[in-house]
Design a protein around this ligand. Structure first.
Ligand code: 13P
Ligand code: SF4
Length: 382
């Protein structure tokens, strides 16, 4: 079983090590003032931060919350953030699609993207007048680095008759070359809409070959793709699902559509991070597994204390670059502002706007499970 962490039922995955007094935080201390400002927040964190640890964390939380007010800043926190970030300082929480919509609408001068770099770029594309900060430049993504704008330009030269959809997990350069973006919350809707617009039965969906294969099994549209993969989700396999069912009788298995198709085939439900959270909230299974990034279970478990979470998962090394310390540092020093060339930004925005202009779905897409994988064409890099 390809799992990096199995914290077991009810036990949150470890948050990154605290570095109290580190230069990033300028040696913040737990004063009476900090205590008064943060005491009401401790109950939100008491399941994963002990009373002994709290005095090391509360000063950071207080300092971040003060800086947010001073700078008129909001923190957009992806579902994969560790619970300290997600629950204690995140203002708007959600999946890639929800965060993109919020970036376009939120009233703030500064956005801190508690997520990975492509998400910060998406915010800047949609809100160029705002300062968008990414707390760590190391927060990349294996999908975003699997393809370049030049690769897409060559694909379009080779297949000018087919529209190119890019998963939102890509750089602005890639989005700028594509006709429309999608997320895992709306991928099938986007593929079918663009096929209708172009009057074609074939759509190119890059760069995630597994998302593309999973979309292909949900639609009659013929899908072509690119050999990219999420380094976190590609580690899950159908034998993991089988082993989980054997070890945990009656467990309900939910998977993200970046997992290989045999995982979705064996799972009970699949969808974006938002879809997985909705499933747990709406169905309240007695025992559940989320086959996705580790912190997701911690965050969903906090909202569903009566549900028993079995927690095999894989850590995203990029998401885990974001810490309370570097959120504080980027806000204190206005460090790591995203900057995009205006022509690229506008062309990337056209692709995102095309997605956002589609009718808003009432709920994030639920991928049908139990379907056999369809063979699809994988375009080889030139
Ligand atoms: P969601 O759009 O489902 O939040 O996924 C983003 C992501 O990076 C998953 O690995
Ligand atoms: Fe990228 Fe995968 Fe990490 Fe999501 S989990 S940010 S797709 S590497």
């Amino acid at each position: 079983m390809a799992r990096l962490i199995d914290a077991g039922p009810g036990c949150p995955t470890p948050t990154p090590a605290r570095r109290v007094g580190h230069s990033e935080t300028g040696g913040l201390t737990y004063t009476a003032e900090v205590k008064a400002e943060t005491d009401h927040l401790y109950p939100l964190a008491s399941d994963f931060i002990t009373p002994m640890e709290w005095p090391a964390i509360a000063p950071l939380v207080a300092a971040i919350n003060r800086l947010k007010a001073e700078r008129n800043a909001v923190i957009l926190a992806h579902n994969y953030m560790t619970p300290d970030i997600f629950r204690l300082v995140g203002d708007i929480r959600g999946d890639s699609l929800q965060l993109a919509r919020e970036a376009a609408e939120v009233e703030a001068d500064v956005i801190v993207q508690a997520g990975v770099h492509f998400m910060a770029e998406t915010s800047k594309i949609l809100a160029p007048e705002k300062t968008v900060l990414i707390p760590s430049l190391e927060a990349g993504c294996s999908l975003a680095s699997s393809i370049t704008g030049r690769d897409v330009a060559l694909i379009k030269q080779r297949y000018p008759e087919f529209p190119v959809v890019t998963y939102v997990n890509t750089t602005a350069d890639v989005k700028a070359e594509c006709h429309i973006t999608c997320t895992s919350s709306n991928a099938v809707q986007v593929v079918e809409a663009i096929a209708r617009d172009w009057n074609t039965d074939t759509v190119i969906l890059v760069p995630d070959q597994y998302l593309a294969r999973n979309v292909a099994s949900q639609t009659d549209i013929r899908i072509m793709t690119w050999p990219g993969a999420c380094e976190v989700h590609e580690l899950f396999s159908a034998s993991d699902v089988e082993a989980l069912r054997l070890a945990h009788s009656g467990v309900v298995i939910l998977a993200h559509p970046e997992c290989p198709p045999d995982v979705l085939e064996a799972a009970d439900f699949a969808g974006s991070t938002a879809a997985l959270a909705h499933y747990v909230r709406d169905h309240r299974p007695a025992k559940v597994v989320l086959l996705t990034e580790c912190s997701m279970s911690d965050n969903v478990a906090a909202e569903n204390p009566d549900v028993n979470f079995v927690r095999p998962c894989n850590l995203c090394p990029h998401m885990k670059q974001i810490t309370l310390e570097n959120i504080y540092d980027c806000l204190a020093n206005m460090r790591h502002a995203v900057d995009l060339e205006e022509g690229v930004r506008q062309r990337a925005k056209a692709a995102i706007d095309a997605m956002l202009a589609l009718p808003k779905m009432t709920a994030p897409l639920a991928f049908k499970t139990g379907l056999a994988a369809r063979d699809i064409t994988v375009i080889s890099p030139a």
